[in-house]
Design a protein around this ligand. Structure first.
Ligand SMILES: O=c1cc[nH]c(=O)[nH]1
Length: 182
């Protein structure tokens, strides 16, 4: 396995800061806005966005996380069942501007499942999508992000890996991982 660093921790910090300023441009004081991270890995991104917005604005934007397991279109097709993660949304999304957050946008299937799962919590005014990495030319569905950290050209056999300090490793980094030929 080969790992190529595509975003180091300094760049990742700048990227998150930029994404937050773009959010502020569109959401003002966030009085009608909520953030929802897609489980499992969008949760950490959502928390980072929330804490950075808090540092800039002094406001705590309501932030939850959503499990999409039972809404996935491959749920019944897998040989080993998918493990469900927790959903935690302790606010109303009815009439709110929802910012869905994930680390990597690839086929778009997880985002479609998330929109399906989200609707059971109410009817939002509108929904946007924020991702750290947009893997270009890989979509299976017509889903595009509203806010993008970085666009990456990659092969189908490669994988983007977002690592967070503490839970995964010593520092925040984003890697492009290539499996060795067998
Ligand atoms: O490359 C990818 C695609 C989906 N999810 C990831 O974490 N990485």
């Amino acid at each position: 396995m080969q790992k190529r660093l595509i975003v180091n921790h300094q760049l990742l910090e700048i990227m998150v800061m930029r994404l937050c300023h773009q959010l502020i441009e569109n959401h003002g004081d966030f009085s009608d806005s909520v953030i929802i991270g897609l489980q499992p890995r969008g949760r950490q991104v959502a928390q980072r966005i929330q804490s950075t917005l808090k540092a800039i604005l002094g406001t705590t934007v309501p932030t939850g996380y959503l499990d999409t397991t039972f809404h996935r279109d491959d749920f019944r097709r897998r040989e080993t069942p998918l493990a469900a993660n927790a959903t935690h949304i302790d606010f109303l999304i009815e009439g709110k501007k929802v910012i869905l957050v994930d680390d990597v946008l690839y086929t778009g299937r997880s985002v479609r499942a998330a929109m399906d799962a989200m609707i059971s919590f109410g009817r939002p005014a509108n929904v946007e999508l924020l991702v750290l990495i947009d893997r270009l030319y890989s979509r299976h569905l017509p889903i595009e992000p509203t806010y993008v950290g970085r666009r990456v050209n990659s092969l189908q056999s490669q994988r983007v890996l977002v690592e967070w300090q503490g839970s995964d490793t010593q520092e925040d980094n984003i890697w492009l991982v290539t499996k060795n030929e067998e």
